[in-house]
Structure formats: structure tokens, C-alpha cells
Design a protein around this ligand. Structure first.
Ligand code: SAH
Ligand code: SF4
Ligand code: F3S
Length: 476
């Protein structure tokens, strides 16, 4: 999954209600969770604000994946404490910490950050209003239990108007937690064991999203292709079967899923890529390393060759599929030769995009205890080389699209008048002339130019003559 960091804003702010400022770090699942916590707080009388200064409650949804991500939270909390003591924030402001740092370090947060009133783990978000009621009585609360009840049975759904305001694309969590225990990773500890939401619950939520105008749904899970359940007729199905069922929902034109583990890419899922026009030809399939020795030490339970042959099968089913991956450099024991094996694997696959990280030892994971930790300067150098290679591949991929006609889902107005922005099947932003279509339409556009991380459709105004002479392609 990709790192994100954003404030969640609601469309309406009736005067007199309590206000919550939500800040989200980490993966898409945290973005989804923040929305659901916002929904739970809305039914408790809160409205969202984008300004921390006017908030009665600040809720920080955190990520523990690498040391930097976790440390960021403590500096943010220090800043909030300072602002509060200097009168820049509400005097009786409450501060809540949710997410994976909350789960992993609840006691430590309470000890290190006196400004925090509530620590709540990902499994108990449905109890947020109840926990805040205890905070209101003056308690400092930690709720990081693994709840026995299913939080999704208890979390309120957003109203159609709220869903509409969130736009034409949406996330939908179908699976949480992970049983894979890669030796570098905290997720099995912060998110617990693998749990799949029920088929019926997912189909219902997807229908509601489609009825509210959502055109593209991305199914989320830490291990999304481990999802399994029973369809409406009681037959066992995997993620492939679920995708076939979702493709039937009127209005849902595009489906995606993230993040997958190579070991769970089964025939049914590969068949979905072959047969479903709705399933976008873009797959995030992390491999982490190209060295069998390192893959073994990481407990990935497959070899580099297994991964390459799997990619062959997926490409045979869907020849235009674009791939993205995650890579870790400097895992304990990684030699120059191991790193070169990773570079060779990248060369062989040819990625449309990739996320890469220096190994960060995480407390409590087996990797942190291993021998052969790699020196920081070596990690820095390997990361730079790897990123240079994937940037080159990403550029080559974007350039291969020049002159081609792509289907684009129109998402929002562009930065400049006369433009709109959508997404290609491969997740790239596409800048188009406003006349290309309305928000929510899937249109076909000829790609005229590739700039930075976006594509420019033929006929999009390249300069805005009225206000500036900035190139129009620089879209966030
Ligand atoms: N199953 C999810 C895991 C999310 S973590 C997924 O595969 O996307 C996202 C990525 O962060 C992982 O794929 C891995 O490349 C990276 N990562 C996880 N733990 C890490 C660590 N300790 N140090 C560096 N990168 C790490
Ligand atoms: Fe972490 Fe591995 Fe599970 Fe992904 S599959 S969440 S990397 S333990
Ligand atoms: Fe981070 Fe937790 Fe997601 S550790 S990447 S927020 S599952």
C-alpha cells in the first residue's frame, strides 16, 4: 500500500456542533478507517473541520510501518501540545491517537505525550463515541483490545450525501490483518490475524457506493487476495469470485484491489483479470527482493523464479497489465550480490511504478534481531540506484502511452480553468480539456504528452492565458 498523509474534510459544518480535525498517515486502509471514524463521530454530533485551530477534537490516525513514520507522530503530538499551551488551539481540546502506532505503543504514547487523552486501536473504532464519553469525564483512556465483535457490524455508514461529496472513487476494506509474518513487518502485530468481511456486507457497501455516484471502487486489505468467503448461494469464493460479483453492480465501472501477496494470486483471480473489463489492468504485487536468500530470510515463502513465472501467467491472461511493486533494500544479510539480484529482477519485470524503502528494524519483529544489519550509507546508495532504475522504467512506461487512446475516469476540475483531471487505467492523473466529459464519466482520450507524474490528453489547454504561464501538467 502507498503512504498517504491527509486531512479528512466533510462537506457541511452546521454552526454550534463540535468539530473534529482528522489527520491520516500510512496506507489506504487508514484513509478508509478515518472516513469510517468520521462517520461514527458524525452520528455522535461531530462535524469535520480542515482547521485544527477550530477543532474540539484532534484525531490522528497513525502508521507504524517504519521508524520514521512512528517518530513523526511524537513530533506532531509535541507540536499540538505547544500550540495548545500557547492558546492557538481550543482550551479544552481533546486529542485522540488511532491506528497502528496506537496499537503497538499505546502505553508509551500515554507516557511520552501528556497532551493525549485517548489511544484507540484499529479493532475498536466502533467504540470511539463510548471512549470519548469516558474522556469527557476526565479519564485518559487506552482501548487497544482485539474486539470479539466485528467492528464493521457496529460502525455507522456514511449518508448518501456524504458519500457523494467524497467523489467518484472510493476505498472499501474487504480484509484486515495478516498471518504471513514477513520478518520485517509490524502489520501482523498492529492489525492482528487475517479476517475477511462477509461477501454480503461487501456487496451491500459497494451497492451503496454505486448508488451515491461512485464509479470506481478499490478493495483494500493488508493481504487483500487472501480474502475468502461464501457467495450468496453459500459457495466458497476467493477475491476473484468477489470481483466477478462486484462487476455486476450497475454503475460500478472500474474495480481495483490492493495489496496482494504473490502466494495468494490464484487461478480464479488471474481469470478475473482475463475476463473482467471492469478490473483495471494494473496490479500492485510486492516482491521486496530478487534474492532467494533474502526472500527466505524475509519469510516471503516464494522464490524470485516463482514470482517471475507468476508474472508470466498474469501477463498471459491480461497482456496489457501494468505492474507495480514494493522493494526493501538493506534487509539484514543483504550482500552486494543479493542487491544485484533485485536489480536484475526489476529489469526483467519492467515496472510501471514502484515503492522502495530502506529496511527499518521494527521492535518485536524477527528481522530486528537478525545478524548482518546493513550500514546506513550502503542502504542509501542501494536505494538511490534502485530508485533511479524504477524512475527510468516509470518514464518509459508513460512514454509508451503517447499517441495511444486510454479510458479515463473523470474525477475533478483541473487547476486551470478549462481543464478537468481524471485517472488512466494505470492510476496516472490525466489532464484533459473540460469538454472531454463530466465528473464521473469514463471517456476515451488520446495521450499527447507525459509530464512529471501526469499525462496530458490531446486538446487540453497547455497554458492558462488568463492567469499564468505555468505548464498545466503539474497536477497533484
Ligand atoms: N501487505 C502490505 C504491507 C503494507 S507495508 C503490502 O504488502 O503492501 C507496505 C510496504 O512497506 C511493504 O510492502 C514493504 O515494502 C514496506 N515495509 C514494511 N515493513 C518495512 C520495514 N520494516 N522497513 C522497510 N520497509 C518496510
Ligand atoms: Fe506485512 Fe508481509 Fe503481511 Fe504484507 S504480507 S502485511 S509485508 S507480514
Ligand atoms: Fe502503516 Fe498500519 Fe497501514 S503500519 S502501512 S497504517 S496497516
Amino acid at each position: 500500500m502507498t503512504d498517504t498523509s491527509q486531512a479528512t474534510v466533510s462537506p457541511t459544518n452546521p454552526a454550534g456542533s463540535r468539530k473534529v480535525f482528522i489527520k491520516t498517515y500510512g496506507c489506504q486502509m487508514n484513509v478508509y478507517d478515518s472516513q469510517r471514524m468520521g462517520d461514527a463521530l458524525a452520528s455522535d454530533g461531530y462535524v469535520a473541520t480542515a482547521a485544527m485551530e477550530e477543532a474540539d477534537l484532534v484525531l490522528i490516525n497513525t502508521c507504524h510501518i517504519r521508524e520514521k513514520a512512528a517518530e513523526k507522530i511524537y513530533s506532531e503530538l509535541g507540536r499540538i501540545r505547544k500550540m495548545k499551551s500557547e492558546g492557538e488551539l481550543a482550551k479544552d481540546l481533546r486529542v485522540a491517537v488511532a491506528g497502528c502506532v496506537a496499537q503497538a505503543e499505546g502505553e508509551e504514547i500515554i507516557a511520552r505525550a501528556p497532551v493525549v487523552d485517548l489511544v484507540i486501536g484499529p479493532q475498536t473504532y466502533h467504540r470511539l463515541p463510548e471512549a470519548l464519553a469516558r474522556v469527557a469525564k476526565g479519564e485518559r483512556v487506552i482501548d487497544t483490545d482485539y474486539a470479539v465483535e466485528d467492528k464493521f457490524d457496529h460502525l455507522p455508514q456514511a449518508k448518501p450525501a456524504q458519500l457523494k461529496a467524497r467523489g467518484v472513487t472510493a476505498f472499501l476494506t474487504v480484509q484486515e490483518g495478516c498471518d504471513k509474518f514477513c520478518t520485517f513487518c509490524v502489520v501482523p502485530y498492529t492489525r492482528g490475524a487475517e479476517v475477511s468481511r462477509s461477501f454480503v456486507q461487501i456487496i451491500d457497501e459497494a451497492r451503496q457506493l454505486a448508488e451515491a455516484g461512485v464509479r470506481e471502487v478499490t478493495l483494500l486489505g493488508q493481504n487483500v487476495n487472501a480474502w475468502h468467503g461464501e457467495d450468496a448461494a453459500g459457495r466458497p469464493v476467493g477475491l476473484g469470485g468477489l470481483l466477478f460479483a462486484l462487476a455486476e453492480i450497475p454503475g460500478l465501472e472500474r474495480l481495483r484491489y490492493t495489496t496482494s501477496h504473490p502466494r495468494d494470486m490464484n487461478d480464479e483471480l488471474i481469470a478475473a483479470h482475463r475476463d473482467l473489463a471492469e478490473l483495471m489492468p494494473y496490479l500492485h504485487l510486492p516482491v521486496q527482493s530478487g534474492s532467494d536468500k533474502i526472500l527466505k530470510a524475509m519469510n516471503r515463502r516464494h522464490t524470485a523464479e516463482d514470482y517471475l513465472r507468476l508474472i508470466d501467467r498474469i501477463r498471459a491472461a491480461r497482456p496489457d497489465i501494468a505492474l507495480s511493486g514494493d522493494f526493501i533494500v538493506g534487509f539484514p544479510g543483504e550482500s552486494d550480490a543479493d542487491f544485484e539480484a533485485t536489480m536484475r529482477l526489476i529489469e526483467e519485470v519492467g515496472y510501471a511504478s514502484a515503492f522502495s524503502f530502506k529496511y527499518s528494524p521494527r521492535p518485536g519483529t524477527p528481522g530486528a534481531e537478525m545478524d548482518g544489519h546493513v550500514e546506513e550509507p550502503v542502504k542509501v546508495e542501494r536505494l538511490a540506484r534502485l530508485q533511479e532504475l524504477v524512475t527510468r522504467q516509470q518514464r518509459a512506461f508513460a512514454e509508451s502511452l503517447l499517441g495511444r487512446t486510454l479510458s479515463v475516469l473523470v474525477e475533478k476540475p483541473g487547476r486551470h480553468p478549462g481543464q478537468i483531471v481524471g485517472r488512466s487505467p494505470y492510476l496516472q492523473p490525466v489532464v484533459m480539456a473540460k469538454t472531454a466529459g463530466a465528473i464521473g464519466d469514463v471517456v476515451t482520450v488520446e495521450i499527447a504528452e507525459a509530464v512529471a507524474n501526469s499525462l496530458i490528453g490531446k486538446g487540453a489547454m497547455m497554458f492558462d492565458p488568463s492567469t499564468s504561464h505555468q505548464p498545466a501538467g503539474m497536477v497533484a
